[in-house]
Design a protein around this ligand. Sequence first.
Ligand SMILES: NC(=O)c1ccc[n+]([C@@H]2O[C@H](COP(=O)([O-])OP(=O)(O)OC[C@H]3O[C@@H](n4cnc5c(N)ncnc54)[C@H](OP(=O)(O)O)[C@@H]3O)[C@@H](O)[C@H]2O)c1
Length: 271
Amino acid sequence: MLKGKKLAVIGTGKLGEALISGLLKNGVLQKEDICGTVARESSIKRAQEKLAIQITLDNKACVRDKDIIILAVKPQNMDKVLKELAETITEKQLVISVAASVTTAFVQERLKGKVAVVRAMPNTPSVIRAGMSGLCGGAHSTQNDLAMAEAIFKCVGETVFVEEHLMDAVTALSASGPAYLYVVIESLAEAGVKLGIPRETSTLLAAQTMYGAARMVLESKAHPALLKDTVTTPAGCTIDGLMELEEGKLRVTLIKAVVKAAERAKELVHR
Ligand SMILES: NC(=O)c1ccc[n+]([C@@H]2O[C@H](COP(=O)([O-])OP(=O)(O)OC[C@H]3O[C@@H](n4cnc5c(N)ncnc54)[C@H](OP(=O)(O)O)[C@@H]3O)[C@@H](O)[C@H]2O)c1
């Protein structure tokens, strides 16, 4: 699907680098087919050393003659970058924005003509190709555009398509989600320490347990509640632990955390 395509990444920071690495490691694109940009002269060396691709400060030169343009600058820099590139980007190119809270309409309105825009919301585990990305198309994107975007984000993990109005929910669930789960891992590890397990061992026990539980959900496709029941022996110790979680309102707290983060994402929205 992406064979022979040429890619520009405007903003080769943490996420831009992760995407380029994923594409190269999967052999989907070749180094000579990718150009990246950064804002500061000093960042060129860093990105070049990591990726060994062409890195420049010149956004316009970078996007010229490319098939796909990924905009991976911070949301607050999007307006400036889009204005700078408005005359250079054409309807023949696909624009993919990963900027949190920036709508496809915001991007489309700043470009000339009916440019195809896809919005993506990946998460930080994309760096180790265990990411989760939500994707949605804009007013002018075709099935082929969506398929090309999907192929890119598949290189760094799993993908789902959602309606654009759900992108704030995706942001709150899977993009903010790693932060919530790190707190869970940290807390479980603290519990191990409290019970006398060395911290390093305790953190491994907690993190590998979360990884295993997540894989069980994904691979068995069973409802998480059913999987929980298989661990919970009648009159055993797990039910006592679960009762403590119920008393501490873990479930409702997690639900409220995601709902609150989604409300905040809506407030930040660049329409
Ligand atoms: N990190 C994630 O996992 C993640 C997840 C979902 C969405 N996102 C979205 O991805 C975007 C980038 O996030 P990030 O974490 O990768 O940030 P980051 O590491 O700060 O990267 C931003 C990059 O943009 C470059 N830049 C800034 N202004 C520019 C300009 N005018 N022209 C060209 N390049 C410019 C910066 O250059 P310098 O290096 O020279 O400063 C930097 O390399 C954000 O919009 C964020 O919402 C990130």
